[in-house]
Design a binder for this molecule. Sequence first.
Ligand code: G6P
Ligand code: MG
Length: 219
Amino acid sequence: NKKAFIFDLDGVIVDTAKFHFVAWQRLAASLDINFTEEENEQLKGVSRVNSLKKILEWGNKEVSPEVFQAKMDQKNEEYLELIKTLDVNDILPGVHDFLLELKAKEQPIALGSASKNARPILEKLGIKDLFDVIVDGTNVTKAKPDPEVFLNACDQLGYNPQASVVFEDSVAGVQAANTAGMISIGLGDQSILNEADEVFAHFTDMPQDYINILLSKNK
Ligand code: G6P
Ligand code: MG
C-alpha cells in the first residue's frame, strides 16, 4: 500500500515565506509601490517572474524589460542574503519526523516547488537525500495553479495522481493539487486554504497514525 507523497517547499518544509515577503516588500518600496501582507498571501506558490508581474500590476507601474530583469535579480539577491543562515533548525515542526516516517514505510517522496532555489535550500536543511524526485522552478514551464509541477513529480515516481498526496501552504498550490486529482493537505490557515481536502496548522497537529490514514484515503 503506497502513495506518492509530494511536498511544496516554501511554507511547508521551511518558513521562507517570511523572507520572500521581506524581499518583495523592499523591492516594491524601491518602485514606490505599497505591498501588503494580503497581497503577499496571493504570491505564495507563485513563480518569481509572475510575482513581479502581479506587484507591478497592483501598483499600476510599468517598467522596461531591462528594469524588470534587474528587479528580479535584485529580489533574489536580497532573498539569498536573508536565507544565508538557514540550517536544519529551520525545518518546520514535525516535518523532519514525518519525512523519516515515510522513509521507514518505504513511501516515495517528491518535492514540487515553484522555487528556483529549492535544491540549495534542501541542501542547507540537510534533507535533500530524503527526496526521490525533485521538481522545482528550474524544471517546469507552467506555474501553480497549473498542476504541471505535481503531475511531473508523480509521473517521475511512477504513480497516478489519484494515488498522490500533496502538502501545500498556498491557495495556488492547493488548487493545482485538486486540479490534478490529488489529495490536497493544506498547511496553514483553514479559512485561507478552505479548498484543501484537509488543513492543519502544523505537521505536529496531525493525528499520530496520519500516514496510514492517508494511505487508505481516497480523493
Ligand atoms: C515558492 C514561493 C514563492 C516564490 C516562488 C519562487 O512558490 O512560495 O513565494 O516566489 O517559490 O521562488 P524563487 O526562490 O525561485 O524566487
Ligand atoms: Mg509554499
